[in-house]
Design a protein around this ligand. Structure first.
Ligand SMILES: O=P(O)(O)OC[C@H]1O[C@H](OP(=O)(O)OP(=O)(O)O)[C@H](O)[C@@H]1O
Ligand SMILES: O=c1cc[nH]c(=O)[nH]1
Ligand SMILES: [Mg+2]
Length: 206
């Protein structure tokens, strides 16, 4: 399932990010805010379990989250979505997957991975602002599945149709959440119109 999250605040903030003249500070802040807004939708159907608590007045039969939540940012750019989501889900644990895309071959290369213990029982949310060819997302999903993850969601800010199709073919069990589905990839594997190199714009490295 692909879910393009439509919300005027998300659209407005993404427009600021797309502008070539937007600097590091505003780019980062808008990404942080959009990630928080997306988290609301990504978690809409999380399972709950019944619990009995005692309020200052009386016992109360209510619900709390049934499963742990593990956020998995794909380094580097995925780090830009962590704070916004953790503000909404402070109990989330955070795994890290280090991947970079070779600029010539567009193939992903792994350089780091670190996971919390309970990944098998958790809802795993992989985050990366850009879904271009889909190579990085497919590799990250392969990696968390190898760790035993079963309930996996993928959250991207901007995607190309080519990347969405590749992820859907490789991992049909993974739901994809987007803020925007753009037009196509250019010859260098950049999303058009996209927003440029997200990692470099977040961290000011170009
Ligand atoms: O769908 P794909 O074709 O794999 O491309 C998308 C990947 O490329 C970018 O990362 P990059 O390799 O530039 O690393 P960075 O985040 O460290 O800048 C982006 O953040 C994704 O991880
Ligand atoms: O458009 C793109 C494609 C891959 N990575 C980016 O940061 N931007
Ligand atoms: Mg980059």
């Amino acid at each position: 399932m692909v879910n393009v999250i439509k919300h005027p605040l998300i659209t407005h903030k993404l427009t600021q990010m797309r502008k070539a003249e937007t600097g590091t500070k505003d780019f980062r802040q808008n990404l942080d805010e959009i990630a928080g807004l997306m988290a609301y939708e990504i978690t809409r159907d999380l399972p709950l379990k019944p619990v009995r608590v005692t309020t200052p007045v009386a016992p109360c039969d209510t619900y709390e989250l049934a499963k742990p939540i593990i956020l998995v940012p794909i380094l580097r750019a995925g780090l830009g979505m962590v704070n916004g989501i953790c503000t909404l889900i402070p109990i989330a644990k955070v795994a890290h997957i280090g991947l970079y895309r070779d600029e010539q071959t567009l193939q992903p290369h792994t350089y780091f991975e670190k996971y919390p213990k309970n990944i098998k029982d958790a809802t795993v949310i992989i985050v990366d602002p850009m879904l271009a060819t889909g190579g990085s997302a497919i590799a990250a999903i392969d990696m968390v599945k190898k760790q035993g993850a079963q309930d996996i969601r993928l959250a991207n800010l901007v995607a190309a149709p080519e990347g969405v199709q590749a992820v859907e073919e490789a991992h049909p069990d993974v739901d994809i959440y987007l803020a925007a589905l753009d037009d196509h990839l250019d010859a260098h594997g950049y999303i058009v119109p996209g927003l440029g190199d997200c990692g470099d714009r977040i961290f000011g490295t170009k």
